[in-house]
Design a protein around this ligand. Sequence first.
Ligand code: ADP
Length: 660
Amino acid sequence: MADSSKTKLPFQAEVAQLLHLVTHALYSNKEIFLRELISNASDACDKLRFEALDHPELYEDQPELDVRLTFDKAARTLTLTDKGIGLSRQEAIDNLGTIAKSGTKDFMSKLSGDQKADAQLIGQFGVGFYSGFIVADKISVESRRAGLPADQGVHWVSGGAGDFEVNDITRAERGTSITLHLRDDADEYLNAWKLKQIVGKYSDHISLPILMEKEEWKEGENDQPGDMVKTGEWETVNKANALWSCPKKDISSEQYEEFYKSISHDYEAPLAWSHNRVEGSTEYTQLLYIPAKAPFDLWNRDKGAGVKLYVKRVFIMDDAEALLPSYLRFVKGVIDSADLPLNVSRELLQESRDVKAIREGSTKRVLSMLEDLAKKQKTAPESGEGKIDVVDKNATPAAEAAAEYADESGKYAKFYAEFGAVLKEGLGEDMGNRDRIAKLLRFASSTNDGVSMSFADYKARMKEGQDAIYYITADTLAGARNSPQLEVFKKKGIEVLLMTDRVDEWALNYLTEFDGTPLQSVAKGAVDLGKLQDEAEKKTAEEAAESFKPMLEKLKEVLKDKAEDVRVTTRLVDSPACLVVQDGGMSTQLARMLKQAGQPAPDLKPVLEVNAEHPLVKKLEGSAHFADLANILFDQALLAEGGLPADPAAYVRRVNALLV
Ligand code: ADP
């Protein structure tokens, strides 16, 4: 069959890798392929409906949208046919041969080859169309894009290995038909009852009708066994009502969860959801979900938000950044407006007062969902004990309620571990809600394990006379915990919050106080413990500083290229020296991070603070190796906070010279 239009093309390397994984790792939950394909069909119909608002001719006199599901026992095929937007030849090549999501390559490189672990990870990625290969060893797609002439149809076929083939065809019907050639062990899907069951489980609530051909029992003739035969009549096998438009009381938790999975391509159930009809000057319905797991590309701030915008049930767009601020980009869901015009454009979206009101309302709704989870979160046990996971089989109702509470109680910690760092961006991004966001933040502290301390908890534990919330930022928790800057705080039993997220430094620029108490970095400016330091201590420190003055001058001179200033400090107990930055300055840690990321960062010279009581510092006086010791002091202070000496070799040489 010579055909000049026939082209064989290789899959993008990442697709080939994904396909391999899909067929090997996702085997334990095969049936989700149907949800994924139906969800794609539903998106295709949504897109058509939207494009047809301006171009009604795209309906080609067939405005009815549905998906038809058929199977052929003899041929061992399963076919899904939609009347959606369809694919042009180029779209088939692009969309079914490559993955456009940015960061895919990085993501793929993280997969280990361990099937179980990878199956978990791949869930965060979403396999969509390619999940068909879980049950099929060949997939054939026939499609025609709405609006194109019949002779510009496309046939795409692949065995799911390294390549696929495309071919021009004539196709009268608009939309896409996907035929799965089932693997030998996928017989169960050649059964109407089984298919209906899967549709009911995963796709009951999408607004698109899913149709199957009715069957009836036919007795066998001449002693042959009877069988189900198709009648040629079609019946709708799902409820086909948009879930969010149903009354809450009619929707079960399972239905909410399945709906979430079908809009998010997530494999895990969400942590929480909120479903509301908002009335007033702007009317809309919101169904918002908090996922349990971060997607692989959470840190890509440019990716479209996970909330789909509908206007009176008509899908408008899912790149609805206008609907939620970027720091809530982990939220998934649907917003359906009763007020927006159907032909709303992206530009209009950004300016519309209704959209602004929706955005504000949805932001507040998400924050209150989080507050709710936080409220149910059990406060961290004082020590390691107290994990609630054993449930008595003979539980009384009260014990059952407690068990349920235990279930709810871990959710905020779970949420925070996945999305806490993103939420912090809100401090800089959403001034109006800054206080609410600040209340939702959790930290580790110098006297408490785990990331569970809120600012309010901290305040409640502050010492008599303490008038600031102390914190330190560092690359790692261990680095923060062992930082020399903490020494005096440890000695005095003052708790310090340990912040190790990359965004902390930036985000905290926007939060100078919490509930009237100023936030103070222990690594910035001169240490001022205020009333926490007694008069005698202050006096000793002042005297030490005075008598140390000549030495400071010498140190300043030797280190003038490295240190902005050298001064005596009371913040150190065991360490000889540490580095601090000027109040309001960028921390050395942030500057280092920016440089590593290839971003411009000011060349900051830190202040070297020395502990005049330390033997090493005392040794400086009259030392023949003054310059070497001074440099070692500085470089060690840098090492202690996770930095590297500017000239590591020189540092090693100096230390070695002293060791010998
Ligand atoms: P995703 O749906 O997450 O974008 P998929 O791998 O499921 O990823 O699908 C890739 C693309 O192929 C879709 O974005 C869409 O453009 C196209 N596609 C898939 N199924 C259909 C369909 N039934 N009709 C039209 N286009 C489709």
